[in-house]
Design a binder for this molecule. Structure first.
Ligand code: SF4
Length: 171
C-alpha cells in the first residue's frame, strides 16, 4: 500500500468544506440562540470568537502549519496576528476530554436551548437546526477529521495529542 499523501498547504476545496461544516454549526446554533434573545445571541457569538482566537493563539502558533494553509486555513490566519511559538510544544501538550469540553459547548448549548424551546413551543426551523447540529457535530466533524484534515496532516506525523485522543477513542 502506498504512503498517504501529506499536504504542506491544503488545497482550497478542503479548507472550504472543513470551514463550511464549522460555519454551518455556528449558524444553526446562532439561529436557535437568537430565539432566546439578542443578549444571549451576542454572548454566544462572543464565545465562538474567543474559542477561535484561543485556538490560533495557543495551538496554531506551535503547529507545523503556522504560516501555511492547514485544513482550516487557521495556520495562515494565526501567523497574521500572533508570533510563531515552539513546534516542540505542540506534540508535548497533554489533551484530555476535559480540554475538548469548550469546543463541544458550541454545539451542546444550542442543542439544550433548542430542546427546551421545542418543548415550550414546537417550531420546524428549530427542530431542523437541532438535527443539523447533531449530524454535523457527529458525522460532519468526523468526516472532516478522518477524510480531509488529519488524514493528510504533517503535524499528525510529528505528533498531535488531539488526533491521538480521537483515534484512541475509535479503537
Ligand atoms: S492531526 Fe488533525 S487535529 Fe492534529 S493538527 Fe493535524 S488536522 Fe489538526
Amino acid at each position: 500500500m502506498g504512503k498517504t499523501k501529506i499536504y504542506e498547504n491544503y488545497p482550497c476545496w478542503i479548507m472550504l468544506i472543513s470551514n463550511l461544516v464549522s460555519i454551518a454549526i455556528y449558524l444553526a446554533g446562532a439561529f436557535i440562540i437568537y430565539h432566546l434573545g439578542l443578549v444571549w445571541l451576542g454572548l454566544y457569538i462572543l464565545y465562538i470568537l474567543l474559542l477561535e482566537i484561543m485556538v490560533m493563539k495557543k495551538s496554531c502558533v506551535n503547529c507545523h502549519y503556522y504560516g501555511r494553509c492547514c485544513a482550516f486555513g487557521k495556520g495562515k490566519l494565526s501567523s497574521l496576528f500572533f508570533k510563531k511559538g515552539s513546534p516542540n510544544k505542540f506534540a508535548r501538550r497533554k489533551i484530555t476530554w476535559k480540554h475538548i469540553i469548550p469546543d463541544f459547548l458550541v454545539s451542546i448549548i444550542p442543542l439544550i436551548a433548542g430542546i427546551i424551546l421545542l418543548m415550550l413551543e414546537f417550531n420546524w426551523l428549530i427542530l431542523l437546526s437541532v438535527i443539523l447540529i447533531v449530524i454535523l457535530t457527529s458525522f460532519g466533524n468526523s468526516f472532516v477529521r478522518g477524510s480531509l484534515a488529519c488524514k493528510y496532516c504533517k503535524q499528525r506525523e510529528l505528533g498531535c495529542p488531539a488526533e491521538q485522543l480521537f483515534s484512541k477513542n475509535k479503537k
